[in-house]
Design a binder for this molecule. Structure first.
Ligand SMILES: CC(C)=CCC/C(C)=C/COP(=O)(O)O
Length: 269
């Protein structure tokens, strides 16, 4: 086995793990591409920049490890991305009418509408206008705040990340915003996680209804991938974001005590 000191010299480190049969092919190729011989310009720069080299010695093993870490992270991220794309394509079985599960597409589109922002916003506004109790108004006001916060955060992240929707997606969605051409994170998944956590915390429901609420959120997320709208990671991150958004709403909970003006104004409508 190569000693760490010898490993830090570059080429020599890669050589002993050259065999792909040893199961270390990627590791070896990673080291080779990092080796001074692989890129002479880079090698010169790295050698002259290294404080250890200036002292006329070899880099310490720790330094070599730090140098390699970003590449391991890069490889891990690229692998995750490749798995994500492969799995998302495999699961996109309702992306088109003639896809393998094309006949289930209408059901998936129903789930899509059930998690859309418009029915939730209109429904909350309607209930607010009909509510005659302060307690009910307080919960609905916070639900409205949660839905608006969700739209804002998702639009912000989609605009920043700008990940394209999967190539197999058919862009035939019901009312979208301009950022909805991007897919990360899934707005349906954030809303499903946020609303279901909100419902579970503020409505007194029998166990079967609580289970149904969680199942609905899960199915909304799954339908995004099956319809080919999203990759798996868009939905997974969406669930996480929606879950965290509820914590923000809970922390900033609006009440007649901390936002009296809002409640007075609304009751005068
Ligand atoms: C127009 C309004 C009020 C909301 C847009 C809702 C929408 C279309 C979100 C996109 O969801 P995905 O990111 O899951 O595709």
């Amino acid at each position: 086995m190569t000693s760490p000191r010898r490993g830090a010299e570059g080429r020599a480190l890669g050589a002993p793990v050259a065999s792909s049969s040893s199961g270390r092919f990627e590791f070896q190729s990673l080291l080779s591409s990092r080796a001074p011989g692989a890129d002479p310009t880079c090698a010169r720069l790295r050698a002259s920049e290294s404080p250890v080299h200036r002292r006329g010695s070899f880099p310490l093993p720790e330094e070599a490890r730090m140098d390699l870490n970003p590449s391991f992270l890069g490889i891990a991220l690229r692998s995750l991305l490749a798995i994500d794309l492969w799995l998302s394509k495999k699961l996109g079985v309702c992306a088109r009418e003639r896809s393998a599960w094309g006949s289930v597409r209408p059901l998936m589109k129903l789930l899509e509408i059930s998690g859309h922002g418009i029915p939730f916003l209109l429904g909350t506004l309607y209930c607010l206008s009909r509510s005659d109790s302060w307690a009910g108004r307080e919960v609905l006001m916070n639900l409205l705040f949660a839905l608006l916060l969700d739209l804002l955060l998702v639009a912000l992240i989609k605009g920043l990340v700008r990940r394209r929707r999967p190539a197999h997606n058919q862009m035939d969605m019901f009312v979208t915003l301009s950022v909805d051409k991007y897919s990360f994170p899934s707005g349906h998944a954030t809303r499903a996680a946020l609303v279901s956590r909100f419902i579970l915390n503020h409505l007194v429901l029998a166990i079967p209804l609580r289970v149904l609420t969680v199942l609905w959120a899960f199915l909304v997320g799954l339908s995004r991938v099956m319809l080919g709208r999203h990759n798996v990671t868009d939905v997974a991150f969406g669930f996480l974001l929606g879950y965290l958004q509820y914590s923000i709403v809970d922390y900033c909970w609006l009440s007649p005590h901390n936002a009296p003006l809002l409640f007075v104004l609304w009751s005068q409508q």
